[in-house]
Ligand binder design. Structure first.
Ligand code: NOS
Ligand code: ZN
Length: 367
């Protein structure tokens, strides 16, 4: 098939920075423990007696995370989370981080967010899994309130792929599903930890008709996406950019999709694409050759995301800007990404429709 441009990439003038910030945005893939304010980390470290921070100057700490994560390796990227998790061990700290997360996203024009974190990483000071979930949810309700309801935040509970608590976290997800938890995720180092290791967790979620996404096709190739979709039953894929392993692009610009790539596209399985994070972990070489544009033109359901605002030194607006610079995207593409994200959100259909019809569409029309 030929790469058709259903949504023209450069139909209008490049959006200005102010336009990008004001444009309504939705983020489906953003880690709570990867997005703290540097100044908050430093204050929380003082409060809890954590002495392991590489620096106590906020700007330098922000730069340290970005640089340390910029290694070309997912494992090295993930090492930086030891510092953020170290200061997120009490109810007060979790509440504060969640409330500030909602405020920061809303200030960046985000109207809907699904924020993920691994409850098992916040038990070191004696909180129970339920207490962790309640603290984070209460923090998000506070953050929504502080922004005057400009943002709606749901959470995804993440099981870590190298540990063995995923079934417990899946059970926790089901238990809290009516109270702020929208779904489940699996994250952590991909190599050596295929998602099929966590089948009991996915089976539990399926038995309870619960939503889940899986990080796949980031450090490992298309076979991990096959497992996530066909063996585990993921509704969305975190990253998923290595689906290009199953796509052949010919010299004349046409492309041939293998059966897996065709399945993912044709079933409208959303890819939670995080360009800056991919550059840091080596999943992509640079913005200009990032597969997001190829996948978009082939008709995949593409959503644009931050992954980790602190660790990747990014925001939704900056991800939009990188796409303008690399591919000349105009407003129509950003509206399409945003609508795609809300369509793929782990929300009841009427709620998705309401956000699209009453917030996203009018928001873009008014810009
Ligand atoms: O891009 C990623 N790939 C895999 N795992 C990740 C990524 N970003 C963050 N985490 C992992 O998810 C945990 C819970 O939020 C984080 O502590 C980090 O270890
Ligand atoms: Zn992630």
């Amino acid at each position: 098939m030929h790469l058709s441009d259903n949504v023209s990439a450069a139909a209008s003038a490049a959006p200005a920075a102010d336009w990008i910030r004001r444009a309504p945005k939705a983020v489906l893939h953003d880690h709570l423990d990867g997005g703290l304010r540097p100044a908050t980390i430093i204050e929380l470290a003082h409060e809890c007696g954590y002495t392991g921070l590489p620096t106590e100057e906020p700007a330098a700490l922000g730069a340290w995370f970005r640089d340390a994560a910029d290694s070309g390796s997912l494992e090295r990227y993930l090492e930086t989370f030891a510092h953020t998790c170290a200061v997120m061990q009490t109810r007060e700290a979790l509440f504060r981080v969640a409330a500030e997360c909602a405020e920061d996203l809303a200030a960046d024009g985000v109207v809907y967010a699904e924020i993920r974190y691994a409850p098992e990483q916040h038990l070191a000071a004696g909180l129970s899994l339920d207490e962790v979930v309640e603290a984070v949810n209460d923090g998000f309700r506070e953050g929504e309130r502080r922004t005057g309801g400009r943002i709606t935040v749901g959470t995804l509970l993440t099981g870590m792929r190298h540990t063995d608590r995923s079934l417990e976290i899946a059970e926790l997800t089901v238990a809290h599903r009516e109270r702020g938890v929208a779904g489940f995720d699996i994250a952590g180092g991909e190599i050596g930890n295929p998602p099929s290791r966590h089948l009991p967790a996915f089976q539990h979620l399926k038995r309870h008709n619960c939503h889940f996404t899986i990080h796949a096709g980031e450090a490992v190739g298309a076979e991990s996406i096959h497992e996530a979709v066909q063996v585990c039953g993921a509704e969305r894929i975190g990253h998923g950019v290595r689906i290009t392993d199953d796509i052949q692009v010919h010299e004349d610009g046409s492309a041939t999709l293998g059966h897996l790539a065709a399945y993912v596209r044709d079933n409208r399985i959303a890819l939670e694409v995080c360009p800056t994070s991919n550059l840091q972990t080596g999943a992509a070489k640079d913005y200009a050759t990032h597969p997001i544009d190829l996948l978009r033109r082939l008709g995949f359901r593409i959503t644009l995301n931050t992954d980790n605002r602190l660790v990747s030194g990014t925001t939704m607006s900056q991800e939009f800007q990188h796409m303008v610079d690399a591919f000349g995207y105009g407003p129509e593409v950003f509206e399409a990404f945003t609508v795609a994200a809300v369509e793929a959100a782990f929300l009841p259909l009427p709620e998705r429709r309401r956000i699209i019809d009453e917030v996203i569409r009018p928001g873009y029309a008014a810009l």
